[in-house]
Design a protein around this ligand. Sequence first.
Ligand SMILES: *[C@@H]1O[C@H](CO)[C@@H](O)[C@H](O)[C@H]1NC(C)=O
Ligand SMILES: *[C@@H]1O[C@H](CO)[C@@H](O)[C@H](O)[C@H]1NC(C)=O
Length: 276
Amino acid sequence: MATPLSFMSLFFLLLLPSFISSSPLQDPELVVLEVQKSINSSRRNLGSLSCVTGNPIDDCWRCDPNWEKNRKHLADCAIGFGKQAIGGRDGKIYVVTDPSDDPVSPKPGTLRHGAIQGEPLWIIFSRDMVIKLKEELMMNSFKTIDGREGLMQRMPRCRHGYFHVVNNDYTWWGSYAIGGSAAPTIISEGNRFFAPDNKTFKEVTKREHTPQRIWKNWNWRSSGDLMLNGAFFTPSGAGASSSYARASSLAAKPSYLISSITASAGSLNCKKGSLC
Ligand SMILES: *[C@@H]1O[C@H](CO)[C@@H](O)[C@H](O)[C@H]1NC(C)=O
Ligand SMILES: *[C@@H]1O[C@H](CO)[C@@H](O)[C@H](O)[C@H]1NC(C)=O
């Protein structure tokens, strides 16, 4: 069972489907500056209100007592290269009521059924639930999985685009921790990977449906990750440009700090009608 714990995981959960449909945009240096400005501004306000976290994406919705009624406002909270991503903002709300999973014919009310629909959807959960996926979850475009109030666990699986996986705590994943297809660039930084005991699954990375002569050119890098219980990361490619690395997210903290960073992480204890 894998447990991505930090808020960056939430960020990935919420924006992953939209990254897929976003295209390369403006001057990376400009994006860097904007991201740093909003982080600085959030950090300046730390301690002034309980909802301020130092993470501008969280601040954007956690300071709204009506966050539950304004769920889709979250789509406008993104910063950096995912800023233009709208996910399921313009779609209907889809409520997951059924935690079961049938990959062959997904039932209405299940997460998988919502994820494969062609129309945009904002996916929420009727209650806390543990969903054991029998196969990996394939997402169609323009979906937002909004796990606020619920508890979500998922491995990032990356398609086109740039992904910065930072300061997460991965423990006992099912078959891999970071998966990808369609030539994504993945920078893994300051994470803690604790491999399962089964020798078959020690590798953190998984390239799907692609021969090595192709994926050897994908840029996958591990930097400052803590590898435990035999975990290993197979890097490839030439690495990403430094400006993209700087713009992609908050600066990574060293992996030995993961325990303290994630100590209060996990599902948020948010209640309808009050600041989260
Ligand atoms: C953000 O804060 C850092 C550290 O104080 C500073 O070096 C940087 O110039 C600031 N950046 C912006 C865009 O305000
Ligand atoms: C490890 O996983 C593989 C694939 O699921 C399985 O066939 C094998 O029995 C497992 N080994 C152990 C020691 O559990």
